[in-house]
Design a protein around this ligand. Structure first.
Ligand code: 5GP
Length: 361
């Protein structure tokens, strides 16, 4: 038994120090950067925000909106291959779309078909396994890099330097980092495993950058400020699921709930009611997801995800505009003219209280 004594940090445990700068307005900052990768020879210009490959936000509809803002979408792996081919041939997907695969043979067959039969369409691949510490993940990274040397390859999930290093040296360009931090995740509750997201980013980004790789922080964004903190801590990409779950364009059944209000109907004397709309959002390892996308929950597995009802929040374009506005303001506060400079301009304060919640958060 061993214990690390140093306290690990999450987004909520820090705030960022403002610094004097030469930037007068948020319009002066550059919120895209040119990404150059360790293995993939292509360069991509974008803002490293990615919608997660969860069934409700890793969709074609969401992807179209993300691309418009030079942001990314990791498509979920439950689309039939014909649908994926139709989408990538009808849209210019080369840069902003990732195709997901797990360890199943069917996943490999699907990705292989697309990469070989449509070589000039989408060549960004995400190997997504909740626990990338199992040997088959590294084996698949090596196989993919050997067979398709030019692909942009993201793989996850990891939270420690050793695995990040191992996966990058085996052929990954980007390692997706985060275990247990997701809004629909109950891994920490049922296994006790996980690591606070900010400390995960510190360690994994430092290791990845030292050997020419990159990381994608995955999970745990509650506020737009958390995206800024993730970039500040060293993340090259920030992936979000729950944050987008309530937008109009997200998939997911809509439910309506009726509430009693404080207002009275003058004629009847009864309290008036109001209807609120919610979208169903679910973890990809939840029993709900297993029933929906596979044939139920295998006996050897426990559900590691939850089902949530998320209030409808408006359009994704509006949300992305708010994200970019927050990011611009952050860069102005810390004196970072380019997205690439954000982490070297960031200094964190450790705090006990992040927000004043007297009137809500
Ligand atoms: P969020 O942005 O909602 O906080 O986190 C999104 C991330 O949570 C996803 O990209 C994925 O890594 C993780 N995730 C999604 N579904 C599940 C699940 O059912 N169980 C666990 N442990 N993690 C999940």
């Amino acid at each position: 038994m061993k214990i690390y004594e140093q306290t690990e940090l999450d987004f909520k445990d820090v705030l960022v120090k403002p610094k004097r700068s030469f930037i007068n307005s948020r319009s002066e900052v550059e919120i895209t950067r040119e990404y150059k990768f360790k293995w993939c020879p292509r360069k991509i210009v974008g803002t490293g925000i990615i919608s997660s490959n969860m069934a409700t936000v890793g969709t074609f509809e969401i992807a179209k909106h993300m691309m418009q803002s030079k942001m990314f979408c990791c498509l979920h792996k439950h689309y039939p291959v014909e649908d994926l081919i139709k989408f990538i041939t009808e849209n210019d997907c080369r840069d902003y779309i990732f195709l997901s695969m797990g360890l199943r043979d069917e996943d490999y067959a699907k990705i292989e078909k697309i990469l070989t039969e449509y070589p000039d369409k989408c060549r960004n691949i995400c190997i997504d396994v909740p626990n990338a510490y199992i040997p088959r993940v590294k084996e698949l990274v090596i196989k993919m890099r050997e067979k398709f040397p030019d692909i942009l390859l993201m793989v996850g999930n990891a939270v420690t330097a050793e695995l990040v290093e191992d996966l990058i040296l085996s052929g990954a360009d980007i390692v997706k980092c985060g275990i247990g931090s997701g809004s629909a995740c109950i891994t920490r509750r049922i296994t006790g495993v996980g690591r606070p997201q900010l400390s995960t980013i510190f360690e994994c980004a430092d290791t990845a950058h030292g050997i020419g790789g990159m990381i994608c922080s995955d999970g745990g964004v509650v506020y737009i400020g958390d995206i800024c903190k993730a970039f500040g801590a060293g993340a090259d990409f920030v992936m979000m699921g729950g944050f987008y779950a309530g937008c109009e364009e997200a998939a997911g059944d809509i439910i309506e709930k009726t509430y009693l209000t404080d207002q009275i109907n003058q004629e009847t004397g009864e309290r008036l009611t109001a209807v609120k709309k919610f979208k169903i959002f679910y973890g990809m390892s939840s029993e709900y997801a297993q029933n929906k996308h596979y044939h139920g929950m295998p006996k050897y597995r426990a559900s590691e995800g939850r089902v949530a009802e998320v209030p409808l929040k408006g359009s994704i374009d509006r949300m992305n505009q708010d994200i970019l506005g927050g990011l611009r303001s952050y860069m102005t506060y810390i004196g970072a003219r380019r997205l690439k400079d954000v982490s070297k301009c960031t200094t964190f304060y450790r705090v006990n209280t992040q927000l004043n919640t007297v009137f809500g958060d």
